[in-house]
Design a protein around this ligand. Structure first.
Ligand SMILES: Cc1ncc(C[n+]2csc(CCOP(=O)(O)OP(=O)(O)O)c2C)c(N)n1
Ligand SMILES: [Mg+2]
Length: 155
């Protein structure tokens, strides 16, 4: 595999959620014949809209490395509600209603595995991230899609 030039799929036309995985699959399909490594930095909220894309990636044998930016929330919405709550002097204590993805946490490794995609993690120790990514890259280079679930700070 050659090194990727770092091309981005940018954003969906209307900034619609659910775009990430599908767009990444398209990019990885286009790059597959050239042997380029395609990396999808995937929002957890975004994938909650279109988890079926995991199945498509496996079904069509798309070599794609998905790194979950799992901040356990639709965090842009958290920040938005906090901003509006402050602006209207309502406080921010209810900003997490409908905007956080916890209680229960989503186990994206199990979600991936349920549709036949290899899953690694969840990773919350920074020291474990490097070795996990190394393992995942080797698997993607062998031709399969892999998801690495990484628990992150909100921003
Ligand atoms: C179809 C659709 N519904 C709702 C929104 C509003 N929206 C913008 S960002 C966002 C949450 C993004 O969550 P995530 O992908 O986890 O990214 P984070 O902000 O947590 O990094 C939502 C719900 C949208 N853009 N599109
Ligand atoms: Mg998120």
């Amino acid at each position: 595999m050659e090194a990727s030039p770092g091309i981005s799929t940018t954003a969906s036309g209307g900034a619609g959620q659910g775009y990430g995985m599908g767009a990444a699959i398209g990019a990885a399909l286009a790059h597959r014949e050239h042997g380029r490594l395609v990396v999808n930095v995937q929002g957890d909220g975004d994938l909650m809209y279109t988890p079926s894309a995991i199945w498509s990636a496996v079904h069509h044998k798309i070599p794609l490395l998905t790194i979950m930016h799992n901040n356990k929330g639709y965090h842009q919405e958290v920040m938005h509600v906090q901003r509006i709550g402050n602006w209207r002097n309502r406080g921010v204590d209810r900003a997490e209603i409908g905007t956080k993805i916890h209680n229960p946490d989503v186990d994206f490794v199990t979600l991936a595995k349920s549709m036949g995609m290899a899953g690694i993690g969840p990773i919350s120790d920074p020291a474990a991230l490097g070795p996990a990514l190394k393992r995942a890259v080797a698997m993607v280079k062998a031709g399969e899609p892999v998801l690495v679930d990484v628990h992150t700070q909100p921003r």
